[in-house]
Design a protein. Structure first.
Length: 211
């Protein structure tokens, strides 16, 4: 991919700004414009992936205690903050054992409502550790997206932790066992920059198509 081809996506992501953290769905703001949701297990590297995509080290805050942060974090793209036309929505991490059962249940109910009702949602990025992909809750997240007919991009993070051959075999297996009719699996490394530009292009395409 040439630098010229990637320029619109770079402009959109490089100007990302933090909008707010919302404790409840009711607090995330108007259902307008276009937004892309990021979901993943608490220790899958979601914040690292988000920071790599926007080219900033700490826009999405990482926690030393996975599963502790249960806020919905919103980021505006293209330099917009108030009433941002394009947004990234960082959903609370799921699947961490130390989160109380009541919190896990409430999270599941909120996510089901979000995916069912949010009209500005145009695509879903699911973050999975390439060494431990497609767990039960990961598959549930994919099902939420499929039920709405939304495009899906699965970023298999921490791809630098295994060999190229292992990564290729893992992608082939996941494509065979969990085919995505409206999406695809992509290896990813926020620390090495693997497929950062390609992921930006996919997300930018979703947002532009929704306009």
């Amino acid at each position: 991919m040439t630098e010229d081809a990637n320029r619109p996506a770079r402009r959109l992501f490089d100007a990302a700004t933090f909008i707010k953290s919302a404790p409840r769905l009711a607090d995330i703001g108007e259902d307008r414009g276009g937004e892309v949701a990021f979901a993943g297990r608490s220790n899958a590297g979601k914040s690292t992936a988000l920071n790599a995509l926007v080219g900033q080290k700490a826009l999405a805050r990482t926690s030393r205690t996975p599963g502790r942060t249960q806020m919905i974090n919103l980021f505006g793209l293209g330099g917009e903050k108030e009433n941002a036309r394009h947004r990234l929505v960082d959903l609370p991490g799921y699947g961490f054992a130390k989160v109380p059962q009541a919190v896990r249940r409430a999270w599941g109910e909120s996510m089901a409502q979000y995916f069912a009702e949010r009209q500005s949602l145009v695509g879903v990025v699911v973050i999975m550790d390439i060494r431990h992909p497609a767990k039960e809750l990961d598959q549930q997240m994919l099902e939420y997206a499929v039920s709405r007919g939304l495009p899906v991009l699965v970023l298999l993070t921490k791809a630098d932790k295994i060999s190229f051959g292992q990564a290729k075999q893992t992608v082939a297996r996941l494509e065979r066992e969990h085919p995505l009719s409206n999406g695809h699996w992509m290896t990813f490394s926020g620390t090495k920059g693997t497929h950062v530009n390609q992921a930006r292009e996919v997300i930018t395409g979703w947002l532009q198509a929704a306009e």
